[in-house]
Write a protein that binds this ligand. Structure first.
Ligand code: COA
Length: 179
């Protein structure tokens, strides 16, 4: 399978927050936003592997700023890394107030998708080529994020999370040297 560039998975979505999308505060409902994020992430994963994909996990999502009724939702999605049958997808969300020309960060999350074969079993995906400095940084950190979510999902023993453990050991050494 030929490796593919991270840039080739890019998906940009825009939505307008309508009354039916809001909660009682007049802000976009978190559940509606997560629905759009899941759709954007599924499209990016599908562009990369050209196979049906299933959401395997969603990392924590913190809502930094609410998106108001009548504002525009910008969702940008790109793969950070492909593993064997799974892919990590980064989703960034901004709100935009079109009347005051103000764009603000809303949230960011990582979703994991698994490609499936004709029997709905996990199926291998092409490797991902990171090109920009940001893509390379995301690619490197994706391995640690994967180890953390597999530990939390009961799919990996903490003893096997070599890169994740190394991060904590490095930080602990740095702090001891400063003390
Ligand atoms: C996701 C799913 C296909 C994984 O199937 P499985 O039989 O557990 O398969 P495996 O244990 O062989 O894992 C397959 C891949 O999924 C990854 N995976 C499994 N559980 C995971 C989790 N909780 N978080 C992240 N990745 C996970 C594995 O790391 C593996 O990736 P790799 O091949 O790149 O190393 C299966 O758990 C499933 O169908 N879940 C329901 C998904 C769903 O309903 N989503 C919402 C609707 S789209």
């Amino acid at each position: 399978m030929e490796a593919k560039k991270a840039e080739d998975s890019l998906v940009v979505m825009n939505e307008l927050v309508l009354p039916n999308d809001t909660n009682t505060f007049g802000n976009l409902m978190g559940g509606r936003l997560m629905y759009w994020m899941d759709i954007g992430a599924a499209m990016a994963a599908g562009k990369h592997c050209n196979k049906p994909c299933m959401t395997a996990s969603v990392d924590n999502i913190s809502f930094k700023n609410p998106i108001k009724l009548g504002n525009i939702v910008h969702i940008e999605v790109k793969l950070t890394r492909a593993f064997n049958t799974s892919m990590e997808v980064r989703i960034q969300v901004w709100g935009e107030d079109p009347l005051h020309k103000h764009k603000y960060a809303s949230n960011e999350a990582y979703f994991t998708f698994v490609a499936l074969d004709e029997h709905n079993r996990p199926s291998p995906v092409p490797a991902l080529i990171p090109e920009t400095d940001e893509e390379k940084e995301q690619y490197k950190a994706a391995l640690r994020r994967r180890q953390l979510r597999l530990i939390l999902g009961g799919k990996m023993s903490p003893d096997d999370a070599t890169e994740l453990k190394a991060l904590f050991v490095q930080n602990a050494v740095g702090q001891n040297q400063q003390a």
